[in-house]
Design a protein. Structure first.
Length: 84
């Protein structure tokens, strides 16, 4: 069972990425692969900045470069010490 704070954190990550990609969070939830939504290096940088601002955390840029899914981004945020 996933802990409630992780579910809330995932929702916030979905909302941030959806804003950057100009799609709905529901679309991302249905297809969590970032490449399916036009993920580019520019989108990655915009997401990086937006996630750092949203969670007030310093994220690992190299981990972001390897991110391929929403799950990867959630792990990135958790690894940075943000807990929602």
């Amino acid at each position: 069972m996933v802990e409630p704070h992780v579910v809330a954190l995932e929702q916030r990550v979905l909302e941030v990425v959806a804003r950057v990609l100009t799609i709905s969070a529901e679309q991302l939830r249905a297809e969590p692969s970032l490449s399916a939504h036009g993920w580019t290096s520019l989108a990655a940088m915009e997401t990086f900045v937006a996630l750092e601002e949203e969670f007030r955390a310093i994220l690992d840029m190299s981990a972001l470069a390897r991110a391929r899914s929403i799950e990867d981004l959630v792990k990135l945020v958790i690894d940075a010490g943000a807990d929602g």
